[in-house]
Design a protein around this ligand. Structure first.
Ligand code: PAF
Length: 280
């Protein structure tokens, strides 16, 4: 596996790959890799001739300076894990200057996709995600790009980005990868104390129960049940829980309103923010 730090070096490799008419699978990450990322990379390796993983903590998608400063940066361990667990070909780990030689002032228009749920509590976040991915897509020109369904809203926005920019990239999503007790894998889980980690299983348990109970309750009651149950754990606070159409991300009020219904949640465990979702 080759580790590349500059656009120039990467573009030289891309040129060679394209000349040989080989397909490129791209897995964008911010590092602190876990089993969820590894699943994406394995899929990319199987489905493409060449697989590229980017490891870049993108400053423009953070709306909280401390969150950006404290985000785990574990490049060496990440590369070791990729070598041990996958047959990935390239890691692209650029500096901020490589990706943003000048400040990126582009504003993407995603309508309510950008302002609802995560967008409400992390203003600017998805604009930053769109900025960095459009840069990566331009540099790497992948045939396929791989994303986890844990960041469900991000996935919907990336599909919209690719449509708006008219890019010929297939966006492939992978179901949420979970620990044995159901907690969605996340780079942020390492910050949970053992006690918080134990309690955090309530998030997926409650979402799963809500799926079973859906036939008994109207949506607005079910939402409240989920919120109350998670809020009853000391130091757990639901930031939002919404039940939305999986394509438009608009809240739905009736189970018959859509054929693709997703419940999306964000929970604060003191300073740590966890997100998850369930497909109803
Ligand atoms: O999901 C992430 O880790 C990031 O938002 C992404 C897609 C790598 C863009 O920085």
């Amino acid at each position: 596996m080759k580790i590349i730090k500059t656009n120039f070096e990467l573009q030289t490799e891309i040129l060679k790959i394209k000349k040989q008419k080989k397909s490129i699978g791209f897995v964008p990450t911010m590092g602190a890799l876990h089993k969820g990322h590894i699943e994406l990379v394995k899929q990319s390796v199987v489905e493409n001739n060449i697989s590229i993983v980017s490891i870049f903590v993108n400053p423009t998608q953070f709306n909280n300076e401390n969150d950006l400063l404290n985000y785990p940066r574990t490049l060496e361990a990440d590369c070791r894990l990729l070598i041990q667990e996958t047959n990935n070909h390239f890691v692209f780990a650029p500096t901020v200057k490589e990706i943003y030689p000048n400040p990126d002032t582009r504003q993407f228009k995603f309508g309510n996709l950008k302002t609802t749920m995560e967008g409400k509590f992390r203003p600017g976040h998805f604009n930053g995600v769109a900025q960095v991915l459009s840069r990566f897509f331009e540099i790497i020109k992948p045939n396929r790009a791989y994303f986890g369904e844990k960041d469900f809203q991000q996935l919907v926005i990336i599909r919209e980005l690719v449509k708006q920019l008219n890019l010929n990239i297939e966006i492939i999503s992978h179901p949420v990868v979970r620990d044995k007790d159901g907690l969605a894998l996340s780079s942020r889980n390492i910050y949970l104390t053992p006690n918080q980690r134990e309690n955090a299983k309530i998030i997926f348990n409650t979402l799963s129960e809500s799926k079973k109970e859906k036939k008994y309750f109207p949506i607005y009651i079910l939402k409240q049940i989920v919120i109350n149950k998670i809020n009853s754990v000391p130091n757990f606070r639901v930031e939002y829980f919404d039940i939305v159409d999986g394509t438009t991300l608009k809240s739905i009020t009736n189970w018959d309103d859509s054929k693709h219904i997703v419940g999306c949640i964000a929970v604060h465990v003191e300073q740590i923010r966890l997100i998850d979702n369930i497909i109803y």
